[in-house]
Design a protein around this ligand. Structure first.
Ligand SMILES: *Cc1c(COP(=O)(O)O)cnc(C)c1O
Length: 361
């Protein structure tokens, strides 16, 4: 192992801001004079309750969560939400619409079928998930209990550039890989959820933002721990919450505030993505996987003309301190995940590396 920190382009878990890690390090054995680590604290203690309340309040403020929504700190990963969403919401009409634009929405779609009549509102599988369907391409059922989509397709590198118009049907959105990277009009959604390990905190925490009136209508056999109402009534503390991750989220939110919140982050992340896409578009060797109007600002997917050259690129990039650029095993090629915590400098240096590689090969 090297002695220096690398630019880690991992799709998740991924980079955390250095100042957050340093702060956590400085407090790791004795949190603010409490004489103990946050990892050792009772979740019912006053000290932890303050961490919890401040973190939740900051999340609500920075993500502009309206009053009629509840913010839940859950476990089980984003994947547990693939079951929790239908269990809690499908009871209304027994039907739901899913847009499948990648791996995770496909898993969610298949999981939901256990609980009701699920329609495919759209699928981008015909072009190997390289694009996002347009509003006209969505086949919407006005009787659906909800419409489901995944905002950013982590593996394929596509991102929805609009919020679908579904009339009165509540929208459920998986924002795992672009959470808090841009402002979101939460009032357009019924449920927003995401695993924290891409943009927000270490793995182990899932955040759900739930419109309050949608909770409390769960299917009768819904497990206690998968019932939004249980968690709303107990303010996410029905059982022991992921305390350490919540503390880390708090530190990341403070950092995000210093970046100008989600509004500031939107400019920064868009600039980083544009830089990479422009270098790739100008290159001789590389092509981007996603169609131009569907490109993700978080996961930039690209490839060269051959698998051998891809492997050479990944190897040389790793040696130069740019790690985890290999594409997902199901699609190959390369993927640069440039979440909130990836410094602009890391992207600039990668852009230089891509230019040089293009010239020399
Ligand atoms: C990573 C990811 C998931 C899976 O998250 P887990 O927390 O591992 O369950 C789901 N959806 C999207 C969009 C992701 O990027």
């Amino acid at each position: 192992m090297g002695t220096q920190r690398v630019y880690n382009f991992s799709a998740g878990p991924s980079m955390l801001p250095l100042e957050v890690l340093e702060r956590a390090g400085s407090e790791i054995t004795n949190y603010q004079g409490s004489g103990m680590s946050v990892m050792e604290m009772s979740h019912r203690s006053k000290v932890f309750q303050k961490i919890f309340d401040d973190t939740k309040a900051n999340f609500i403020r920075l993500f502009h969560v309206p009053d009629n929504y509840k913010v839940l700190f859950l476990q089980g990963g984003a994947s547990a939400q693939f079951s929790m969403v239908p269990l809690n919401l499908i009871g209304k009409t027994g039907r739901a619409d899913y847009a499948v634009t990648g791996n995770f929405s496909n898993i969610a779609y298949k999981e939901a079928k256990k609980y009701g009549q699920i329609s495919l509102a759209a699928s981008s599988e015909d072009k190997n998930h390289t694009y996002i369907p347009t509003q006209d391409q969505l086949k919407l059922d006005p009787q659906a209990s909800y419409f489901y989509y995944c905002a950013n397709n982590t593996i394929y590198g596509t991102e929805w550039q609009y919020v679908p118009d579904t009339g009165d049907v509540p929208i459920v959105c998986d924002m795992s890989s672009d959470f808090l990277s841009r402002p979101v009009d939460v009032s357009k959604y019924g449920v927003i959820f995401g695993g924290a390990q891409k943009n927000l905190a270490p793995a182990g925490l899932t955040i759900a933002v739930v419109r309050e009136d949608l909770a409390g209508h769960e299917l009768p056999y819904t497990p206690l721990m998968m019932n939004y109402k249980t968690m709303i009534d107990k303010d996410s503390m029905y059982n022991t919450p992921p305390c350490w991750c919540i503390y880390m989220l708090g530190l990341v939110l403070e950092w995000l505030d210093g970046q100008g919140g989600v509004e500031g982050m939107e400019k920064i992340k868009h600039g980083k993505a544009q830089l990479l896409y422009s270098v790739l578009d100008d290159s001789r060797l590389f092509t981007c996987a996603a169609e131009k109007d569907s490109r993700s600002d978080m996961n930039v997917t690209f490839r060269s003309a051959s698998e051998e050259l891809d492997a050479k690129f990944v190897k040389e990039a790793t040696e130069a301190g740019f790690t985890n650029l290999k594409g997902h095993r199901s699609v190959g090629g390369m993927r640069a995940s440039i979440y909130n915590a990836m410094p602009v400098e890391g992207v600039e240096k990668l852009a230089d590396f891509i230019r040089a590689f293009d010239k020399n090969n």
